[in-house]
Design a protein around this ligand. Sequence first.
Ligand code: THU
Length: 137
Amino acid sequence: MNWDDLVALAHHMTQLSYCPYSHYRVGAAGLAADGRVVRGCNVENAAYGVALCAECGLVSDLVAGGGGRLLAFVCVDADGAPIMPCGRCRQLLWEHGGPDLLVWTPKGVMTMADVLPQAFDATDLGKTVSSPGTRED
Ligand code: THU
């Protein structure tokens, strides 16, 4: 895992952030199981509540690029310092990375199981999503 490259990409993505309301830039980068690198930045809106977090863009990039499992993830602020994904985005990341997804946090690399303990997921719905993030429909 080349965390330096992911952090550098995430930092670059903060420059593309559209955040005229909060002025808080967020960039995200991740590595998919097939080796693809995916990324996102936050995109705000005059209707504040519909702002898209950087993780939303990253997950869209992952799925639009063919889907698959996310292995590693980092999101950073404008200084390039790691930040924690918000609660909603932890749920998004769990769906596509599962408990073993590695997340670079302000306290070092953690698993998604650490970041979102006792997560609700497809298994709670009785769904047979054997590997989160894979398309089975
Ligand atoms: N934000 C993200 O992009 N990801 C997070 O996990 C936390 C928050 C964005 C949303 C909004 O544009 C700005 O940060 C301030 O909340």
